[in-house]
Ligand binder design. Structure first.
Ligand code: CMP
Length: 229
């Protein structure tokens, strides 16, 4: 029997009573995915919702010649695959494991039943979808309006916001994405990301130490002005 805490860690199920959590445990299946495996594929038909118990995934659109753009990364407690279940269209993007990940899978009918039964769950899903649309809007704005310095600064600010760590002097991003991953997030090349990060560290904004990035200065001027070095 899977633990109730697994389910309670999932934001949309956090307020359920023990009895309701046990019901969810009965209708989900646990499945492990190794790093780099594709969990669902853009344009396929969707028949299930996925919930991340542990690990991290990226939501990507694949282009020609192996180009890809990362729309979002999702971690423990997040869900994905709800869009196809709600509107009946094919999968809007592919989802790939960034680390070994353990997921819960809920079939379409069960997911729709949960929504029909519980206005609390429906509301939480709508709140989460609003947050995602907001972020997607920011992304469209930054792709159209900011230069590559601004876009990379924005990614660093977002990563820093999603981490709790830090000291008085610096904010710490603990598990930084690779240069290629950042490139995929902002629609540029790996070489450009390396150049921009090196410029930002020369200017004293950041220090890169192995897997960590320390942010020493407020990056928002770089973000908002599309600052050139
Ligand atoms: P679905 O379209 O069924 O399959 C791909 C999933 O990726 C989608 O449901 C959402 O759960 C997720 N997804 C698509 N676009 C975004 C985005 N911009 N931000 C976060 N998640 C997304």
């Amino acid at each position: 029997m899977m633990e109730r805490t697994l389910i309670r860690n999932v934001n949309i199920f956090s307020d359920l009573k023990d009895r309701e959590v046990d019901k969810i445990l009965e209708i989900v299946e646990k499945k492990d995915f190794i790093k780099d495996s594709t969990i669902l594929t853009q344009d396929d038909l969707g028949d299930a919702l996925f919930i991340i118990v542990s690990g991290r995934v990226k939501v990507v659109l694949m282009g020609e010649e192996g180009k890809e753009i990362t729309l979002s990364t999702l971690k423990e407690g997040a869900f994905f695959g709800e869009m196809s279940l709600l509107d009946g269209e094919p999968r809007s993007a592919s989802v790939v494991a960034l680390e070994d990940s353990s997921l819960l899978i809920m079939k379409r009918d069960e997911f729709l039943n949960q929504i029909r039964k519980s206005p609390g769950i429906a509301l939480k899903i709508m709140i989460e979808m609003s947050k995602r649309l907001r972020r997607a809007d920011e992304k469209i704005g930054s792709l159209a309006l900011l230069d590559v310095y601004g876009r990379i600064a924005q990614v660093l600010i977002q990563l820093a916001k999603s981490e709790e760590g830090g000291t008085k002097k610096a904010i710490i991003i603990k598990k930084r994405p690779t240069h290629q991953e950042i490139a995929n997030m902002v629609g540029t090349s790996r070489e450009t990301v390396s150049r921009v990060l090196s410029d930002l560290s020369k200017e004293g904004y950041i220090t890169i130490k192995g897997k960590e990035i320390l942010i020493h200065k407020d990056l928002s001027p770089v973000e908002s002005l599309g600052h050139h070095f």
